[in-house]
Design a protein around this ligand. Structure first.
Ligand code: HEC
Ligand code: HEC
Ligand code: HEC
Ligand code: HEC
Length: 477
C-alpha cells in the first residue's frame, strides 16, 4: 500500500507536496539489545573510494539494488552532498563568524573546519583527502580497516572489528543521533545557529522514512525470521534514544561550556523568536491556564520552555510501556524544573541530566527487543491522539504528536491490512504545521521559526482520529 512520507525537515514540512507518496513498504528488521558497536573503535577509515569498485558496491544497477549501494548513495543520498554544503555562502559566513579570533582556523574555510567535518565529512580524525566524499559509507557502517577484506564472506561476524551492524535497530538509531542530535564532539549550539546553521531537530521515524535507501528490501524468506513491527518500535526507540542523546549533550553543555549558559538551543526557539503583538497562541494558552488554575496557584508565565522537541511525549510513552514509572518521572521532573528556572544551576543540571540519561538507557533496553501487535499499536495511537496538552504547548509538541501518529499509522497499516486508514486527518495536521511558517518569496523554512502557530485545527484533527478509532468502521469488512 502507498505510504505517507513523513516530513523530516522544515523544508519538507513547509514545502509543497513533493514526494508525498512513496510506494515501498518499510523493510522489517530484526531487533536486538543495545550494543556497543557504535562506540568509537580504534580502526582507521579507508574512504568511500575503497567501497566504490564496480565489482563491489558500484554496480550501476537499479536504485537501491544489491551491489549498487555506492551508485545509489552518490546519486541521491543527502549525505553524499554534506561536504559540498560547506562551500555554500551560509557556510562561509558561519565559519567566518565562528572562527573570527582564530587566524589559523579562519584560513581553512568551513570545508577545513574540524567542527563542520565532524558531521559533514569523515570525522575530525580522518585523513584530509577523505572528506570531499562527505558522509561516506564508514561514518555509518564503521571504519573498514579491519573488515574490508572479510565482510562479504559467508559467516562474517557482524559484531567485530569495528563493523557497525545497522540491521540492528538500536545500533542504527544510535548511529544517526551522533550527527543529527549532536554530542560533545559536534555540537550545533545557539552560537552556531545564530551564525546561520539550521536548527537540528531529529525524529528518527521521519528521517528514516525520508532517507533514500541504498539497500534492498528483505526477502519474504528473511521476513519470517524478523520482527514485523519495526515501524512502531523504531518510532518509540527513536524517541527514547534521541532524548537520551539530547540529555547527554545537555550534561556536556552544562559541564564544559560555562560561557554560553544557559544554552538557548535547549529551549523552544519560538518562545524567544516571535512577534510580540497579541493575539497569539500564547495569550490564548495562558488564558486557558488561568481559567483552570486553582486560587493562589501560579501559572508559569514567561518561563523558559525546556525540552520542547525531544521530551514532550516521554511522560505519555512511559505510561504505555513497562518501566519504573515513578523513578523515571521523578528524574524527568527534577531536570525539567531546574531547566525552567531563568538561570539554571550548571552543576545541578549536569548531575540531573546524567541521571536522566541513565533512566532513558534503562528504558531503551526494555523496549529494544519487544514488539507491538495491532491492538497495542491502536492503544498507542489513542494515547497520542489524546495529547491536546502537548499540541497546546507549541509547534514542537504539535509536530511531535503529528510525527508520532504518522509513524504509528504506517505501523498499523503494515501490521493489519484490514485497518481503515486515517490519512486525511494526518494531511490536515501536516498542513496546519506547515502554515505556521512565514510565507512569501523570502521564506526560508529550514531556518525560520514557525511563529504563526494555531493549535485549534490540530485539536480538531485529533478528535477526528479518536472518533475514527472508536467507530465501528475502523476496520475494513
Ligand atoms: C556523520 C554524520 C551523520 C550521520 C551518522 C547521519 N547523518 Fe543524516 N545528515 C548528516 C548531514 C550533515 C546532513 C545534511 C547534508 C547537507 O545537506 O549538507 C544529513 C542529512 C540527512 C537527511 C536529509 C535531511 C533533509 O532535511 O533533507 C536525512 C533524511 C538523514 N540525514 C537521515 C539520516 C539517517 C536515517 C541516519 C542514520 C541511519 C543518518 N542520517 C546518519 C549527517 C549525518
Ligand atoms: C552535530 C553535527 C553537525 C555539525 C557540528 C555541523 N553540522 Fe551542518 N548540518 C548537520 C545536519 C544533521 C544537517 C541537516 C539538518 C536537517 O536537515 O535536519 C546540517 C545542515 C547544514 C547546512 C544546510 C544544508 C543545506 O542543504 O542547505 C549547512 C549549510 C551546514 N549544515 C553547514 C555547517 C557548517 C559550516 C558547520 C561548521 C561550522 C556545520 N554545518 C556543523 C550537522 C552538523
Ligand atoms: C547515513 C548512514 C549510511 C551511509 C552513509 C551509508 N549507509 Fe549503507 N546502510 C545504512 C543503513 C541504515 C542500512 C540498512 C540496514 C538494514 O536495515 O538492513 C544500510 C545498508 C547497507 C547495505 C545492506 C547490507 C547490510 O549491511 O544491511 C549495504 C551493502 C550498504 N549499506 C553499503 C553502503 C555503502 C557501500 C555505502 C557508501 C557508498 C553506504 N552503505 C553508506 C546506512 C548508511
Ligand atoms: C532565551 C531566548 C532564546 C531562545 C530560546 C532562542 N534564542 Fe535565538 N537568539 C536569542 C537572542 C537574544 C539572540 C540575539 C539577537 C540579536 O542579536 O539580534 C538570538 C539570535 C538568534 C539568531 C540570529 C539572529 C536572527 O534573529 O536571525 C538565530 C538564527 C536564532 N537566534 C535562532 C534560534 C533558534 C533556531 C532557536 C531554537 C533552537 C533559538 N534561537 C532559541 C534568544 C533566544
Amino acid at each position: 500500500m502507498s505510504r505517507l512520507l513523513l516530513p523530516s525537515s522544515l523544508i519538507v514540512i513547509a514545502g509543497s507536496l513533493v514526494a508525498l507518496w512513496v510506494g515501498q513498504p518499510q523493510a522489517a528488521e530484526r531487533l536486538a539489545p543495545v550494543g556497543d558497536a557504535t562506540k568509537k573503535a580504534p580502526f582507521e577509515p579507508l574512504g568511500v573510494s575503497s567501497c566504490a569498485s564496480m565489482a563491489c558496491h558500484h554496480g550501476n544497477g537499479e536504485r537501491g539494488s544489491v551491489g549498487s549501494e555506492y551508485s545509489t548513495w552518490v546519486a541521491v543520498d543527502p549525505h553524499a552532498k554534506a561536504y559540498g554544503s560547506l562551500y555554500k555562502p551560509e557556510s562561509i559566513r558561519m565559519h567566518e563568524i565562528m572562527a573570527k579570533d582564530d587566524k589559523v582556523l579562519l584560513e581553512t574555510g568551513a570545508h577545513g573546519n574540524p567542527l563542520c567535518l565532524q558531521c559533514h565529512g569523515m570525522g575530525k580524525a580522518a585523513p584530509e583527502a577523505q572528506h570531499a566524499d562527505g558522509v561516506g559509507c564508514e561514518r555509518c557502517h564503521g571504519n573498514a580497516e579491519k573488515w574490508k577484506a572479510t565482510h562479504y564472506q559467508n559467516g562474517f561476524d557482524r559484531t567485530k572489528d569495528g563493523f557497525v551492524d545497522l540491521r540492528m535497530l538500536p545500533v542504527r538509531v544510535e548511529t544517526c543521533v551522533k550527527c543529527h542530535v549532536g554530542d560533545a564532539s559536534g555540537d550545533v549550539d545557539h552560537d552556531l545557529i545564530a551564525a546561520g546553521h539550521p536548527r537540528l531537530r531529529f525524529e528518527y521515524a521521519a528521517y528514516y522514512a525520508n532517507y533514500p535507501k541504498h539497500w534492498a528490501e528483505v526477502t519474504e524468506g528473511e521476513k519470517k525470521n524478523k520482527s514485523k513491527d519495526d515501524e512502531v518500535c523504531g518510532w518509540l526507540l527513536g524517541q527514547i534514544v534521541s532524548a537520551r542523546c539530547a540529555a547527554e549533550l545537555l550534561a556536556h553543555r552544562a559541564t564544559n561550556k560555562p560561557d554560553s549558559w544557559p544554552e538557548f538551543a535547549e529551549f523552544d526557539c519560538a518562545a524567544c523568536h516571535h512577534g510580540l503583538a497579541p493575539p497569539n497562541f500564547r495569550n490564548e494558552r495562558d488564558l486557558e491556564l488561568a481559567k483552570k488554575a486553582k486560587p493562589g496557584e501560579k501559572i508559569p508565565l514567561g518561563r523558559m520552555p525546556y525540552g520542547t522537541w525531544y521530551n514532550p511525549l516521554l511522560p505519555t510513552l512511559a505510561g504505555a510501556t513497562k518501566i519504573d514509572r515513578e523513578k523515571f518521572d521523578a528524574s524527568r521532573e527534577r531536570l525539567d524544573k531546574l531547566m525552567r528556572k531563568n538561570v539554571p544551576s550548571k552543576a545541578m543540571v549536569s548531575t540531573e541530566a546524567k541521571t536522566f540519561a541513565e533512566e532513558l538507557r534503562v528504558w531503551e533496553k526494555a523496549v529494544a527487543d519487544r514488539s507491538f501487535d495491532p491492538t497495542e499499536t491502536r492503544a498507542l495511537i489513542k494515547v497520542l491522539a489524546g495529547r491536546k496538552d502537548t499540541v497546546d504547548s507549541g509547534w514542537d509538541g504539535g509536530t511531535q504528536v503529528y510525527l508520532g501518529l504518522a509513524a504509528l499509522h504506517h505501523g498499523l497499516m503494515d501490521l493489519d491490512q484490514k485497518q481503515k486508514p486515517f490519512r486525511e486527518h494526518l494531511l490536515n495536521m501536516r498542513k496546519t504545521l506547515g502554515d505556521a511558517y512565514p510565507k512569501g518569496a523570502k521564506a526560508r523554512p529550514r531556518y525560520d521559526v514557525p511563529s504563526d502557530y494555531h493549535p485549534a485545527p490540530l485539536t480538531t484533527s485529533l478528535k477526528k482520529i479518536l472518533e475514527h478509532l472508536e467507530s465501528k468502521n475502523a476496520t475494513r469488512d
